[in-house]
Design a protein around this ligand. Structure first.
Ligand SMILES: [Zn+2]
Ligand SMILES: [Zn+2]
Length: 165
C-alpha cells in the first residue's frame, strides 16, 4: 500500500496513521504452512523535528510446522516495528533505516520485509518439544519409544566382560 508522506515530510510535529493488510504471497517462510487470515498492520509515520519514524504493529495468525516433531501448530505473532525513514542513499546498509525515494513509501512492502527478517529461526510446537526418535520415528512427546539408548562403547566393552564372568 502506497503511503503518501508529502503532507508530513516538511511538517515537524505532524503524523500520519495507516492500516493495511500484508500480502502473504510475499511472506513465504519454510516453516509457515499458511496464514489463517491476512496479516494486519497498523501504525503511523511521525515527523519529530524533521526526522521521520515509521512505527507499526503487525499481527499474523499462522499455522506453522514444528521443526522438531513435524506437527502443525497455531501461532499468533505480534511484532513491533520501528524504522527511521531517511532520504540519504548512504543509509541503505543500516537495517534500522529505510531509504525513501520521492514523497512516499510502500508501507506494506516495508512491513512484509520486516516481518520476514524478524522470523525466529526455530519453530517449535512447545518450547521443550522432544521431537521424533531418530531410529523409529515415534513422537517422543507422546512417551518414550522402545528403542534401546545407544550405549557408550566403553560401557559396552565392560558389559561384555561382565557377561563372561
Ligand atoms: Zn514439536
Ligand atoms: Zn525409537
Amino acid at each position: 500500500m502506497w503511503l503518501d508522506l508529502i503532507n508530513i515530510i516538511e511538517m515537524p510535529g505532524s503524523r500520519k496513521a495507516f492500516e493495511c493488510q500484508l500480502d502473504t504471497e510475499l511472506m513465504d517462510f519454510p516453516s509457515v504452512e499458511s496464514f489463517k487470515s491476512a496479516p494486519y498492520a497498523k501504525g503511523e509515520v511521525v515527523n519529530t523535528a524533521g526526522l521521520l519514524t515509521l512505527k507499526a504493529e503487525i499481527e499474523a495468525d499462522m499455522v506453522c510446522t514444528c521443526d522438531r516433531c513435524g506437527k502443525q501448530f497455531e501461532s499468533v505473532k505480534v511484532q513491533e516495528v520501528e524504522l527511521t525513514l531517511a532520504d540519504n542513499p548512504e543509509d541503505d546498509e543500516n537495517p534500522d533505516i529505510y531509504v525513501i525515494e520521492g514523497n512516499g513509501i510502500d508501507v506494506s512492502e516495508i512491513l512484509e520485509t520486516a516481518f520476514l527478517l524478524d522470523m525466529e529461526t526455530k519453530f517449535l510446537c512447545t518450547e521443550d518439544c522432544k521431537g521424533l526418535c531418530e531410529h523409529c520415528g515415534k513422537d517422543l512427546n507422546e512417551g518414550p519409544c522402545d528403542c534401546r539408548k545407544p550405549v557408550d562403547p566403553r560401557l559396552a566393552v565392560l558389559g561384555q566382560l561382565l557377561d563372561i564372568e
